[in-house]
Design a binder for this molecule. Structure first.
Ligand code: NAD
Length: 325
């Protein structure tokens, strides 16, 4: 189907989907934003509410629609999935989410979609794999938000501790977007200096405590308000912007691995070059031995969970993941 470069479709008009639509409108990246939800009344109401802001910001058409509308979109954002509650881990909702994601992607592809899919539904690494498996799109064109959000939590924490701007902190959480993500501090830097070297006396930049604080961040937000929305919506907008502006920017996102650090046929976050065609390169940063071990641990945990998802959804998947470490 011929692509409409100015159109984006958001599947799932819940907290994440609606906030993403609003953030996309403020950023003026698309002329038209289509919201799709099995709850059509919700999609229509959210679209109308967001459209009300249009006259005071930059105009974009925001409307509820269906898969026929999504077919020509440049990007389809997948936020329909099972939400977690309380201290429930993201992996605990894998089966439920996989069913939803597989169904949505099947309908999207049946309508003739041929753009880029950005996956936010959790557990995002597994759902990225499911979306790529069901869509049959090239690996580059199915991107999970992965640890982009976690990395920005890390950058903000480090910036506070070092008293510098988050934008000046080059630091990443890698691996699973979940309980095995880890701060790759050995490769973090600011102003050309290793962060571990520039920390002032008494500043706590211990990798283990930062990793724990980032892993806990979403749980604490969910405890307080029941869901997270602003951080993830902004991460989704950042990925869309990199694609629309063909930025070739490096961001940690979830993508299918093809041998990086010995891992194949599994989605995890590593720094990726993002441009108009999606993921252009997956980089293998110079992590230390402990970080490599943490990455391998993420792969084992996500790989084991993936086997469960494949079994339940009867995917006829493309193969069993492999992890050399
Ligand atoms: P929500 O329950 O508010 O919204 C989900 C929406 O999906 C609902 O409106 C529901 O009607 C819709 N939906 C469900 N099945 C559907 C289907 N088959 N077709 C169309 N629509 C369908 O949940 P939320 O808080 O917006 O979270 C959505 C997903 O995003 C969850 O999986 C959540 O865990 C995930 N999430 C991911 C991140 C991240 O960092 N990747 C952050 C926050 C939330």
């Amino acid at each position: 189907m011929a692509q409409d470069q100015g159109r984006v479709a958001i599947i799932g008009a819940g907290h994440v989907g609606a906030t993403t639509a609003y953030a996309l409108m403020l950023r003026a990246l698309f002329r038209e934003i289509v919201l799709i939800d099995r709850d059509t009344a919700l999609a229509a109401a959210e679209a109308a509410d967001i459209a009300d802001a249009g006259g005071l910001t930059r105009p974009a058409t925001v409307r509820a629609g269906d898969y026929a509308d999504a077919a020509s979109a440049r990007i389809a954002i997948l936020t329909a999935g099972a939400a977690t509650h309380g201290d429930e881990s993201r992996l605990a909702v894998a089966g439920k989410s996989a069913e939803i994601v597989r169904g949505c992607v099947r309908e999207l592809m049946a309508a003739g979609f041929d753009g880029i899919i950005v996956v936010a539904a959790n557990p995002v690494d597994l759902m990225t794999w499911v979306a790529r498996d069901e869509s049959g799109l090239p690996d580059a064109r199915v991107i999970g938000t992965g640890t982009l959000l976690d990395s920005n939590r890390l950058r903000t924490m480090l910036a506070r501790r070092l008293n510098i701007a988050p934008a000046s902190v080059d630091a990443m959480m890698l691996g699973e977007h979940g309980d095995t993500s880890f701060a790759a501090l050995s490769i973090a830097q600011a102003g050309g200096m290793a962060l571990t070297r520039m920390a002032p006396e008494g500043a706590d930049i211990d990798a283990a405590s930062l990793t724990d604080a980032v892993r806990q961040a979403a749980y604490r937000i969910v405890e307080g308000k029941g869901y997270t929305s602003f951080g993830i919506a902004t991460a989704i907008v950042r990925i869309c912007e990199a694609i629309v502006r063909n930025e070739h920017v490096i961001l940690p996102v979830s993508t299918v691995l093809t041998g990086q650090f010995g891992i194949s046929d599994l989605c995890l976050s590593l720094p990726c070059v993002l441009g108009a065609e999606g993921v252009e390169h997956v980089l293998e940063p110079d992590m230390d031995d402990g970080e490599r071990a943490s990455f391998a641990h993420s792969a084992r945990v996500v790989g084991a969970a993936l086997e469960g998802v494949k079994g339940k959804a009867d995917s006829g998947g493309r193969g069993r993941f492999s992890c050399a470490e």
